[in-house]
Ligand binder design. Structure first.
Ligand SMILES: NC(=O)c1ccc[n+]([C@@H]2O[C@H](COP(=O)([O-])OP(=O)(O)OC[C@H]3O[C@@H](n4cnc5c(N)ncnc54)[C@H](O)[C@@H]3O)[C@@H](O)[C@H]2O)c1
Length: 402
C-alpha cells in the first residue's frame, strides 16, 4: 500500500519505518526543510534505538518531501504532527493546517496518530471531507520501534466501518488486540492512559516524600505493593517526576479540556501539582548534604527526560538546572545523548569538578558509579546507586537518612 506520513518526528518516523518494513511504500512530509533534507541523506533528526538502521534497511521504499502533492496517490495518510499545549491548552493548529493541505491534494483515508482532544477527528473530517480514523499512538520514546511493531493494543476509532477496517488491516501484522470505538472514545482513551500513568508516578512520589520523613525506603514499599496484580510493578519508580513531550502536555490538555466541558479531573490536577514540586525536592536534598549552593559547581548527570533518548522536552533535569542557576550555582552536565545550553563535559570531568552531584536521568552507565562518587555530596534523584556503598553526604529520593 502507498502510505503518507505527515510530521516526521518520533511517531511519524517510527510509523514510517515499521510500515516500510512490512513492504509498504512510504511518503513522508514535513514542513521542516532541514529535517526532510537530513532524512533524504539517511540521517534521522532524532536518536531512537534502531531507527537509523531501519531507515537504511528500508530506504528504497521511503521518500521524504516538504511538498504535500507527493501524498496525492496515498491510500492512507497518517497525521503525526506535534500537538503542543499553549497557555495550558492544546494547540491544534498544526493538525488543522496539515488537514487543510491534505485536502488540496489527496483522497486517501486520514488516520490521526497525534494525541488530540475528543472532537478533533470530527473537525478534521469537516475540514477535509475525507474519511477520518482516530488511531492513537502509545509508543514510549526509547522503545519507539519495538512499541510500534508490538503494541499492547491497537485502538481504532472510526465512524466509517470501511475506513476503520482498512486501518485495522494495516496493523494486523502486530497481532495486538484491536479495540474498535468511536473517534471521540479513541481520542479519550489516549488521554485516560497517559493520565493514569502520570497519576501512578505522582502517587509513588508522594509516598517517597513520606518515606524521607520516616526513614523508610520507597523502593521496598513499591516492590511490595507492585506484587499485587491489581497494582502491578510498572510506573512505580519514585524519582524526580515525569517529563518529556507527552505526560506534561497531555495532562494539561485533558484537564483544561475537561474544565471547558464542565468537569474537573481532580486526581489528574493533583498529579500535575505533585509533579511540579519534584525539582524543588532535589534541591532541598542537595542543600541537606552540601549547604547553600551559591558559588559552588553542581554536576547534573543526565539531561534527557528519560534514558535511551536525546529528548529534553519538559525534562525535569533541565528544571533542576534552572533552579540551581537561580540559586547561584555553576552547573555542568553530562549526558550520553542529550544536549542543552549547559556546559557539557565528560562523565569523569563532571564528577571531578563538581562540589555536588545530582543524578537526574537513570542512564544505565550511571549504575556502579559509587566508587567515583563516594565522598562527594550526591543526590540520587533516580535511585540508580546502592545507598550501602555511599558515604554520609548522600541522599536519595524516597530514602531518608540512613
Ligand atoms: N513522542 C512520543 O513519545 C509520543 C507518543 C505517543 C503519541 N505522541 C503524539 O504524537 C504526536 C507527534 O509527536 P512527536 O513526538 O513525534 O512530535 P515531534 O515534535 O517530534 O514531530 C512532529 C513533526 O511534525 C512536523 N510538523 C508540524 N506541523 C506540520 C505540518 N503542518 N505539516 C507537516 N509537518 C508538520 C514538525 O516539523 C515535526 O517534525 C503528538 O501529538 C504527540 O503527543 C507522541
Amino acid at each position: 500500500m502507498r502510505i503518507g506520513i505527515v510530521g516526521l518526528g518520533v511517531v511519524g518516523l517510527s510509523t514510517g519505518v515499521v510500515l516500510a518494513e512490512q513492504g509498504h511504500e512510504i511518503v513522508g512530509v514535513d514542513i521542516d526543510q532541514g529535517r526532510v533534507h537530513g532524512l533524504q541523506c539517511r540521517r534521522p533528526p532524532i536518536y531512537e534505538p534502531g531507527l537509523e538502521e531501519a531507515l537504511n534497511r528500508n530506504f528504497e521504499r521511503m521518500k521524504f518531501s516538504t511538498d504535500y502533492s507527493s501524498l496525492s496517490d496515498a491510500e492512507v495518510i497518517f497525521i503525526t504532527v506535534s500537538t503542543p499545549t499553549v497557555d495550558g491548552r492544546i494547540y491544534l493548529g498544526y493538525v488543522f493546517d496539515a488537514a487543510r493541505k491534505i485536502k488540496e491534494v489527496a483522497r486517501g483515508v486520514i488516520a490521526i496518530k497525534s494525541t488530540v482532544v475528543p472532537g478533533t477527528a470530527r473537525k478534521v473530517k469537516e475540514i477535509t471531507n475525507l474519511k477520518v480514523v482516530s488511531n492513537p499512538e502509545f509508543l514510549r520514546e526509547g522503545n519507539a520501534l519495538h512499541d510500534t511493531e508490538s503494541p499492547d493494543r491497537v485502538v481504532i476509532g472510526s465512524d466509517d466501518k470501511e475506513a476503520g477496517d482498512l486501518i485495522q488491516e494495516l496493523w494486523s501484522f502486530t497481532k495486538a488486540p484491536v479495540i474498535r470505538t468511536t473517534t471521540d472514545e479513541a481520542e479519550l482513551i489516549k488521554y485516560a492512559a497517559n493520565s493514569f500513568l502520570a497519576v501512578k508516578v505522582s502517587f509513588i512520589n508522594e509516598i517517597a516524600n513520606l518515606c524521607e520523613r520516616l526513614n523508610c525506603d520507597v523502593n521496598v514499599i513499591a516492590r511490595a505493593i507492585g506484587l499485587d496484580k491489581r497494582i502491578s510493578p510498572y510506573f512505580l519508580s519514585a524519582g524526580l517526576g515525569w517529563g518529556g513531550s507527552c505526560f506534561p502536555k497531555d495532562t494539561l490538555a485533558i484537564t483544561s479540556f475537561a474544565r471547558d466541558v464542565g468537569e474537573k479531573l481532580r486526581i489528574v490536577e493533583a498529579a500535575i501539582e505533585v509533579n511540579q514540586e519534584r525539582p524543588f525536592r532535589a534541591l532541598k536534598l542537595l542543600k541537606e548534604v552540601m549547604g547553600e549552593v551559591r558559588g559552588k559547581t553542581v554536576c547534573v548527570l543526565g539531561l534527557a527526560f528519560k534514558p535511551n533518548t536525546d529528548d529534553t522536552r519538559e525534562s525535569v533535569a533541565l528544571k533542576v538546572v534552572n533552579l540551581l542557576r537561580q540559586e547561584g550555582a555553576m552547573v555542568i552536565a553530562y549526558d550520553p545523548k542529550a544536549r542543552s545550553d549547559v556546559e557539557m563535559v565528560t562523565l569523569d570531568e563532571c564528577i571531578t569538578r563538581a562540589d555536588g552531584v545530582i543524578i537526574a536521568t537513570e542512564w544505565d552507565e550511571f549504575r556502579g558509579l559509587e566508587p567515583k562518587l563516594r565522598g562527594k555530596p550526591v543526590v540520587d534523584g533516580r535511585r540508580v546507586l546502592d545507598p550501602a556503598k555511599m558515604g554520609q553526604e548522600f541522599r536519595a529520593i524516597g530514602l531518608g537518612v540512613r
